[in-house]
Design a protein around this ligand. Structure first.
Ligand code: NAP
Length: 323
């Protein structure tokens, strides 16, 4: 997306206010104690969801979000539950997924949690740089662990469960030289000032490359897998001092509520969204970067999925069989 399209989208497009009922649905929103995730959860509560699980790493902040959403939507106190989920810990992800597999049904897994940091750090116990660990490896580990529940919900209830990943238009704002390295995830673990400045966009690009590779394997399962860009929105995302994001937000950001509409729309989108990218609440693969749509992008999808599969199998042997 060029600068003109970005400005047009930020300043002149208003995503549609969601009105479709969520009655009877069970919905998980990761990273829902703040920002877009919290506002998306508020929409789901307003739209009558039966159960909304706020999957958060800080229970106190999750409880505060629950209280706030209940107060503004007047939803029944039994609707919202706060469950611990720390994407910086495989153990936490496994515990969360085991607990969630006991849910009677799962209609939506909205994978929203993510970070944008300026500080290099390897996550202990994961062994990967924090942005890649949280935004990519753990996000897909959770997705793949939850596939059996999503698939069985599709069969048992005749529904089309959604697995929705919150990506970003900044996926286009990286040169991503690491894709040509013998092993991309190893290359991303080597500290380099030049490429680390593009780390957040790279993580968002990886989400899209991986989604495009995985989606065909889910054809016929009933599960809809899609990704979206919410546009630039006010939230806590720049809290770790990403000066570029802070600067852009000051001038161009949407309100958090307005941005969260795009999450809700994608999480309720039909099969036309499967394997696709949604922008401003519409399926719009033409808004994907030229790299994603190129032959090299296709090769990169294949390569990073092969590598991620190896990583996931080393965390939990057999897990990729869930696909
Ligand atoms: N805001 C934008 O302009 C924008 C644009 C495009 C895409 N996005 C994407 O939108 C998503 C939501 O971001 P946001 O803008 O709403 O920012 P935010 O307010 O910072 O929300 C991020 C959420 O992720 C959670 N999180 C971070 N690390 C986690 C971990 N290790 N385990 C579990 N949860 C964790 C945070 O929890 P804590 O509060 O505990 O840290 C928070 O709830 C992200 O994926 C982001 O990349 C945002």
């Amino acid at each position: 997306m060029g600068m003109l399209e970005f400005l047009y989208s930020q300043l002149l497009v208003t995503p549609v206010y969601p009105t479709t009922s969520c009655a009877g649905q069970t919905i998980i929103v990761t990273g829902s104690n703040s920002g877009l995730g919290k506002e998306a959860a508020r929409h789901f509560a307003r739209l009558g969801a039966s159960k909304i699980i706020l999957a958060v790493r800080n229970i106190k902040a999750g409880e505060a979000a629950k209280y706030d959403i209940e107060n503004t939507t007047r939803c029944n106190a039994a609707v919202i539950e706060v469950w611990p989920l720390d994407l910086a810990s495989y153990q936490s992800i496994k515990l969360f997924a085991t607990r969630a597999s006991d849910l009677p049904r799962l209609d939506i897994l909205l994978e929203n949690a993510g970070i944008a940091t300026h500080d290099w750090e390897i996550v202990q116990g994961i062994g990967h740089e924090r942005t890649i660990a949280i935004n990519v490896i753990s996000t897909f580990f959770l997705a793949i662990l939850m596939l059996p529940k999503l698939k069985s919900s599709a069969k048992e209830f005749g529904i089309q469960p959604r697995l929705t990943i919150v990506s970003s238009e900044v996926h286009a704002w990286t040169k991503f030289p690491e894709w040509k390295a013998p092993n991309t995830f190893d290359a991303l673990n080597k500290q380099s000032k030049t490429t680390f400045s593009e780390r957040y966009p790279t993580s968002k690009l990886l989400e899209i490359l991986l989604l495009r590779k995985i989606a065909p394997a889910l054809e016929g399962s009933g599960v809809i897998l899609n990704a979206l860009s919410p546009g630039l929105c006010h939230s806590e995302l720049a809290r770790e001092g990403n000066p570029f994001l802070t600067f852009l937000k000051f001038f161009f950001a949407r309100t958090t509520e307005m941005g969260s509409r795009t999450l809700v729309i994608a999480a309720m989108a039909g099969s036309e969204s499967h394997g696709n990218y949604m922008h401003n609440g519409k399926v719009e693969n033409t808004a994907l970067s030229p790299f994603v749509r190129s032959n090299d992008g296709e090769k990169a999808s294949e390569k990073v999925w092969d590598e991620l599969s190896t990583i996931l199998e080393s965390i939990q042997p057999g897990v990729t069989g869930n696909l």
